[in-house]
Design a protein around this ligand. Sequence first.
Ligand code: WT7
Length: 642
Amino acid sequence: MSDTVQRPAAPSTANCTPEQYDALYERSVQDPDGFWLEQAKERLDWYTAPTKGAEWSYDPVDIKWFSDGTLNICYNAVDRHLDTHGDQIALIFEPDSPDAPGRSLTYRQLHKEVTRVANALKAMGVRKGDRVTLYMPMIVEGALTMLACARIGAIHSVVFGGFSPEALAGRIMACESRFVVCADQGLRGSKTVPLKANVDAALAMQGVSVDGVLVFDHTGGEIEMVDGRDHWFADFASDDECPCEEMNAEDPLFILYTSGSTGTPKGVLHTTGGYALWAATTFHYTFDYQPGDIFWCSADIGWVTGHTYVTYGPLINAGTSLIFEGVPNYPDHGRFWDVIDKHKVNLFYTAPTAIRALMREGDSFVTSRNLSSLRVLGTVGEPINPEAWRWYYEVVGKKNCPIVDTWWQTETGGHMITTLPYAHDMKPGSAGKPFFGIQPLLVDNDGNTLEGATEGNLCITHSWPGQARTVYGDHDRFEQAYFSTYPGRYFTGDGCRRDEDGYYWITGRVDDVINVSGHRMGTAEVESALVLHPKVAEAAVVGYPHDIKGQGIYCYVTLNAGEEGSDELYSELRQHVRKEIGPIATPDHLQFTDGLPKTRSGKIMRRILRKIAENDYGSLGDTSTLADPSLVDRLIEGRQNR
Ligand code: WT7
């Protein structure tokens, strides 16, 4: 039996008690349209309020929510708060160096700045429906630009600033984006990130061309500006009024590229109304947000977590969101805790990988800080091991802060399974209970429904407002990737156990996606990068357990005839992948091999490669169908000699 950690007694202000959860959840699944239309009116301002709830089908796939409603998400996140919260802080900026000047913006200042960015985008030629690629450091201007795009009806596509020029170019081309917004440079742990130079490199690649690049002056570092193409924000900004575009609830809001089990990253598309509602509702309940709370989500805006819980969720709720440019270990391993003390953060949201890395440095970095402002702690991105959970709960939260382990995905828009701070007891390692409207379903490999306490593949049945609507420009791929494995269901790609109390325990991906430090990586992407190297013939990439990262990247590589595996080639290939995709994709281990285990029909048996990478040779299963069964011994030998 697993341990249960009791929830704190609900304060009178609690957004959700156990009784309320039960009643609201019941209502949300019995009458989803009634429930969500009510929430939509309560939490959002509409030009035309919707009368339609969900219109959805998973076969063929066609998903709409609130399709006769119109709104603007920037209006909901900014303008509507001016009368009531004009002087309240909306965004706090904590720079990379604790000695550098920070910044904070009231809602009134936020409104002014968003307007200036929106006007600059317009001056560059951006119009409703255009795709705008953002390649930004974690500075206020990232959130401002997202909101500015939304304000004028442009679709933002944020590319994580740690991706390579190659990866950036691919994402610019894939959505035919004609505009890029970047900063001159970013700062991370005192190192500079050459964002503008990377944009230049991306735009120099074949087939990539844009009409305009808008550049924010952040570090003042040396960069090149191309005449006619590149514009300093300051030259284009204006204080003119810039009204919000009236958008249909189903108009696209953003594209976000994410890795899948096959091919290049998919441009997941979210639309306006349902996403706005999902961000607003989940933020309110999951973190038990109370007026005046300071909220800090440490994720980068390049990931969906940053979209929903740095920018949209907090601001739609008229909250205060902290944006941190730096890293957890600079200038020392207590930086997170310093930031929390400095800004009196109440609600903190981070990833298991960061918790594990900080835990390893010992308690003194935490115990030397005060941290008494903390009220709720959140985690996201990968399963959290109970040891790290305990440390977060006991050492960071002093057993006073409920932990919310939020399971969700880029495709889900926001939280899907999580305990709520005062409504549920916690079980370390379990995400907990479904959020309102979420109907999880566990199925076996043949798609048969599994009841009760069981383990299987995690699907979701009924649609929910925050659900992705399509893959930009490739609806077939959307259907194929999420709705074809188990027809009529949204398949998450995760394995999951449900216990006797109805708590869900995510066991990790069951497809060829690996989760490295909470970042999703397609093994196929790393393989494609490897085979681009002139000496590589074939590559197979699998995940293996890694103490800090959760999963590490393990690559089996065969070389072209005449090539020898060497230490030099080993580092060269790691560098090569890093350059092709970005530092987060750097292989942890490479193993040179004379072959890959294939069936007689030529299919690579990844199961065997996974087991060998895990150093688990006892359960390789049936290897008799391999074209060359003797290869297995050589692979094991290679693994052990590594
Ligand atoms: C995958 C989604 C959702 C924002 C960050 C990642 C894994 C995410 C949890 C959690 C166990 C988790 C799943 C999921 N995952 N949160 N709390 N417990 N696993 O978004 O890049 O779209 O990745 O991350 O495997 O499918 P993403």
